[in-house]
Design a protein around this ligand. Sequence first.
Ligand SMILES: C[S@@+](CC[C@H](N)C(=O)[O-])C[C@H]1O[C@@H](n2cnc3c(N)ncnc32)[C@H](O)[C@@H]1O
Length: 281
Amino acid sequence: MTFKELQQYFQSELAPIYPKDETQSLFQIMVMEFLGLDRIALRSSIDLPLKKDDENRLKDLAAVLLTGKPYQQILGKAAFYRLEFLVNEHVLIPRPETEELVELALSTLTSASNSSLSLVDIGTGSGAIPIVLKKHLPLAEIHALDVSEKALEVAKANALALQCPIHFHLMDVLQEPLPQNFDVIVSNPPYIGLDEQRAINQSVKDFEPRLALFSPTNDPLLFYKRIAALVETQLNPGGYLFLEINQKLGPQTLELYTGRLSKLDLIKDLSGNDRFIVGKK
Ligand SMILES: C[S@@+](CC[C@H](N)C(=O)[O-])C[C@H]1O[C@@H](n2cnc3c(N)ncnc32)[C@H](O)[C@@H]1O
């Protein structure tokens, strides 16, 4: 079988769950990662036959992709804000919207006068948010917490691999206070209510951790209510808040913070959806 024939095989095998464009890029990603060919080498080999072992390997990968498993979990890594993070089934694959959240935080904090501020990321998952922030704010004292021990293992491995000293805490933010008061609170908490589950893509439900996606109750704003209380008690005066939110609940989420912060904005993501709340105490 030639590379071109294998590409066609990917297309027809994955057609039930992926559009054509995506099967093309999945094929390229798998060839690059597992056979070590870059795009240019693939282009010049497209009419050449593969070794039988390589053909079988790629066909096996197509079968795994057909289960809906995200390719980042197959590779064990995901790109985020120009860095590479280890990921597995215990952490949410960091999303492009979250890169925008980090960008919003950095654009405010790098120009803030005191760069030695203290910051906490609530529900850190892979640790992508605090690690990128630490890379860009080296003097900041950065903390990150999660209720999932397995997620924290991944976050700690990422912090070690990317050489970012971060204070990690295993804790349930719905039950316990933050370990100290902070100048900055950042969070992308679970924001899907249990009754919204049916609308979520099956592959996300099958392969990404429920703990990362769903509020433990029918209230999709549960974590935002808790964070609003923490803003009152544990965010230092003059401190900042950066939140990723459920796009369907922009005004309702904003309402929770109204009167608690001196500056407050609801910000859209690049797709035009209500996606972030930025505030200053
Ligand atoms: C939407 S994921 C965000 C992960 C990561 N920050 C990101 O943006 O890619 C939410 C995270 O919150 C954690 N979490 C869920 N319930 C929690 C709780 N009660 N206390 C602390 N963390 C919690 C989950 O384990 C998950 O890692």
